[in-house]
Ligand binder design. Sequence first.
Ligand SMILES: *[C@@H]1O[C@H](CO)[C@@H](O)[C@H](O)[C@H]1NC(C)=O
Length: 187
Amino acid sequence: MECVVQGIIETKHVEALEILLQGLSGVHRESLRIHELCLKSVPNLGLVSSEVRLLCDLEQPEPAWTVRHIGGAMRGAGAEQISVLVRTMAESKRGAQITVTVSSINKMLKLHATDDAVPVTPGIQLVEVTAPASSENYTEVVAAVSSFCEYLAPLLHLSKPGVSTGVVPTAAAAAASLMSDGGGTAL
Ligand SMILES: *[C@@H]1O[C@H](CO)[C@@H](O)[C@H](O)[C@H]1NC(C)=O
């Protein structure tokens, strides 16, 4: 299983987000060049939608593929009440504790031609926060993801995927203060 929230941020504030994340986690960002193919089944006749994602790491000398299956979201009254989506996930590679991915969504006109890709939402990046969980520990992971999101709240609002919330009004001020003090101030 995994816990997931999503949000959006203006491209001009991504550097401030990096500074904040580096201050919170003490690790530097990793630059990735991944071509992701997503095969999605639509919900139909009571079956939940599911996805198979094929991720090809283009940074490796030989293309390295990872297969990730994303199943249905946890349902029921309890699931409605929590602010984080919990869904089944199986991956051929183990994930890190909390992963923050900032992506620009592009249309690709040719296979692997990432340099010629055309942005779908110019000036806006998608931010996704995920953390691996199990049926035993997901409440703990949900709490960890929720409190992590609070640290990011001045810069971006994170919610369950599919709940569109837009950019936060405090982003410019928060970014300016992060850029001026290099992330030294605890938010
Ligand atoms: C919860 O379980 C998953 C899967 O076993 C594991 O990867 C993760 O580290 C665990 N998280 C916590 C906070 O115990």
